[in-house]
Design a protein around this ligand. Sequence first.
Ligand SMILES: C[C@H](O)[C@H](C)C(=O)SCCNC(=O)CCNC(=O)[C@H](O)C(C)(C)COP(=O)([O-])OP(=O)([O-])OC[C@H]1O[C@@H](n2cnc3c(N)ncnc32)[C@H](O)[C@@H]1OP(=O)([O-])[O-]
Length: 719
Amino acid sequence: MAQYTRVSGSVGLITLQSPPVNALSAAVRQGIVDSMQRALSEPEVKSVVICGQNGIFSGGADIKEFGGQMSGPPLIPMIHAIEAASKPVVAAIEGIALGGGLELALGCHYRIAHSKARVGLPEVTLGLLPGAGGSQRLPRLIGVPAALDLITTGRYVTAAEALKFGLVDQITDHNTVNVAVKFAQRVAGQPLDARRISTYPCLCPPDVDVLFEEVMQRVRRTARGAIAPIACVQAVRAAATLPYNQGMERERELMATLFTSGQTRALQYFFFAQRAVGRWSMPSGARWDTSKPRPVHKAAVIGLGTMGRGITVALAQAGFSVVAVETQEKQLMEAKQAISGMLERGAKRRGVAPALDKINYGCNIQSVADVDLVIEAVFEDMALKKKVFQQLSAVCKAGTFLCSNTSGLDIDQLACQTRNPELVVGMHFFAPAHVMKLLEVVYGPKSSPLAVATAMQLGKKIGKVSVAVGNCRGFVGNRMLKPYLEQALFLLEEGATPEFVDQVLEEFGFAMGVFRMSDLSGLDVGWKVRMADGLVVPNSTTGQATRLRQGRRYSPLGDLLCEQGRFGQKTGRGWYQYNKPGSQVAKPDPWLHSFLDEYRARHTLVARRIDHQEVLERCLYSMINEGFRILEDGIAAGPEDIDIIYVFGYSWPRHRGGPMFYATTVGLNKVLERLEHYHQAHPDVPSLQPCDLLRKLVASGSPPIQKWREVIKKVRSQL
Ligand SMILES: C[C@H](O)[C@H](C)C(=O)SCCNC(=O)CCNC(=O)[C@H](O)C(C)(C)COP(=O)([O-])OP(=O)([O-])OC[C@H]1O[C@@H](n2cnc3c(N)ncnc32)[C@H](O)[C@@H]1OP(=O)([O-])[O-]
């Protein structure tokens, strides 16, 4: 709701009251309409101030209302009435003014912001556009180029930048509401026509058509199939080319298209999923709100290879003191240089001083004796990691948390090497560790809720989206990646090419198809894991046996490439060819096509035409099926955990919500039916055999994804 009070005798103060972010729900909108009527009707009131409770102006329209029937006064006429008001209305912006919240402020005649406030129109991140006049008023106020930037990116701007844009009229370090009330008293009675933004001409730079073309090309290139960024450009173009009312009509049309699109539903689901993963729980019943973390002031990183360096930078940039240990002297010197460079570049981008003094380097593990938490990032070898955990357990002070950055090895085996296995968890970062947002926090059977809570909080403090998952081979992300990669290889055996498979997956929205991604991360990484698992039969040339492992279909294609030193970008040859080792531009390789033809001939495989649908269904449904197995095993507490992991860690297109949400858009019964179809065709591929949980969800009428946790709980209780 919104509270109306009269202050300083002549100022009507309207306070938005809907914690935690004063979202413009139906009740808040009704409160604003009622309060404005009172303010305009009371003769003593000469001007009005709108502010938000709890130091927050407004987080915008109430996203929770989008799924249902909209009720209460609509936003657009409410804002029009404020703009048309006969008394000056001043917005007092504290904390944040986002989306509809900023659009409300743009309807006011003046905007006063606190120096720490941030404003923005992030609707595009929800698959929408500023649909309450923002796409028409903002270009008129700050110009087309700046408006295009803010609306197509959804980025927030600081109060200082907003003042520079002319988006706010004044910023203050003092109590913003008091400053706004004084300001409102000062402007009372002054003419307002020149303060009604909708009446402003939309000033365009001379090359405006070129600008729109450039922005549209950039947006189309980076959108990866998302429709909202394109609609945002079209809406601003309407502001630049049409009178205000016609522009508003165009905004309404575009918004209506987006509002009913599957993409905004996926992005709204994703918005709340991002918040849901913070409310973690473990099968033991331990939860985020019952497990208090222990503060970490000083951390250590053991092993300064690529991952160790990124983790050290992430910790130092977040203000933690870090002891960075690398036993190899030469590696240590190279790491020191690399880390300093990453810190300096990062600091330059953010306009702050590099946190070089936060790090103490050493080559002796003794130097971590007094830290609160250690992250081990040595080579992905169990024997080596066990040795490190034994050393750490002997060296570290009592109570030190021991964490491993392993990407899939057994956390419990590492915990058993220590005096306090309850203080051991996995902290699985994604490369580059100082850039990628995702962190899988992996708990083993002995991990304590205290250790999980501490790792989750540390993840949040270093700017990561942390997801708590159980201990199993590959955890969640890499476990689901296995059937996805497997199907891609089988499709090559049956007639597809890497280019075609990648094209289908990139059109679906992945930043990189499976084969380009494999070349980037290095084919030898998986090869070494398969060798350790005894799956690789060197120099396997012909015969069915080479394509079966324990009765399961297996494709040795990746092994055969590695045996020829084709590790991907790092060797200049992989599934694609590259100009030279390390270059990133993938080009189709005729050698690989003839290699595939010979391989099929050797294994009496007849290539057949494979279409888009089959590539998508086999690669994605096998991954989704593994997702259901993970939920059934309790390794992930809910579908949101899996979807957040895949969007932030594996470039699953955000506008498709994530693998599990995508399954709901296809229809669980369709996913089940197609898996059954493919499993029938490939009975020696267990990852295509539909998971029981999927069958149970379909049998119970395919409940909405928000209801799956209840079904999972019931299914697991029957296990
Ligand atoms: C017409 C108009 O053009 C269009 C159509 C629109 O206006 S579309 C809407 C445009 N607005 C946005 O995109 C801003 C979305 N919000 C945020 O970016 C962030 O929330 C935040 C404001 C920067 C605060 O971050 P935080 O980290 O301090 O807390 P939090 O955990 O994120 O949020 C705290 C709690 O508030 C809930 N919440 C936040 N914003 C909300 C919103 N706009 N509607 C409903 N709930 C919201 C959130 O789910 C969480 O709930 P719970 O999990 O505790 O139950």
